[in-house]
Ligand binder design. Sequence first.
Ligand SMILES: [Zn+2]
Length: 317
Amino acid sequence: MIYPWQTQAWESVQQAKTGNHLHHALLFSGEEGCGNDTFIQEVAKGLLCLKPHPDGIACGECRSCQVFASGAHPDFMSIRLLEDKQAILIDQIRELNYFLGLSRSYSLRRVVIIAPAERMNINAANSLLKSLEEPAPDTHILLLTAHPAVLLPTIRSRCQRARLPLPTHTDALQWLQQHNLQHPAKQLLASTAGRPLAALELDTTDTLAQRQQWLTHLAECVQGQGSITAISAHWEKFDKSQLLDWQLDWLLSLLKQEVGNGEAEPDDKLRDLHRLLGQRRILSLYDKLLELKKLSTHPLNARLLLESMLILWRQTN
Ligand SMILES: [Zn+2]
């Protein structure tokens, strides 16, 4: 399935495919929570399918499609984070290099997906370079990342770049409203910076209430209300990395509003925060929280990390 906001990106891939000039290494970049993972799966399925529809979508019935669905396609390899690992490791890329040395089975092409590509560690990335420099015949390596700048420049320069767009607010809202939602679609989208699949996921959890509570506490900090110690105690057991991501999401969407690029309409609480902070503080808070983000996976004192975040919000400059 291709989401409505991906149609143009899909057509570009299909044009290159039918014109026989699809690059051997494609680097797709786009924000998480927009269905981009589904998109590259569809690209892979379509490239492998023996009888694709005229628009390039896989038929879903041929031998290739059936084996793909069972997860055992001999001409397909998917490289992901292994369970409990923070990075894609060199052994996984070695397996890929071995796979590329084998001959094709019954599809016309071989396809490899590497996602999230920015999570390759340095050794893995260096090992991949060789395969990108000396492409195997009839093979396409599809890399997906939400953070292209984190990839090695040598990897980026060997790939053809393709941007997967964030949907317009109208498209995202229309798509979201087709679902049976527990919360207002606009609120869900505002809470996820306009990312529709993230919004849908948010609807099914009690996360929205938690996010709103966290936002309320941050707004209190900005206004010099509430005690930092009490607020820290409230959130101490909560995933700090998640709390940081929410703060960064909100600040990013406020920054987008500042430059007139905000598609999602902010909810009232966020609009208040915008007014309280002003552009300069939004920027400096964003930078400082990004610094804290680097520490959030370390086993630091949880209370200390939380208090550091809250103090940033309370500071008046
Ligand atoms: Zn098929």
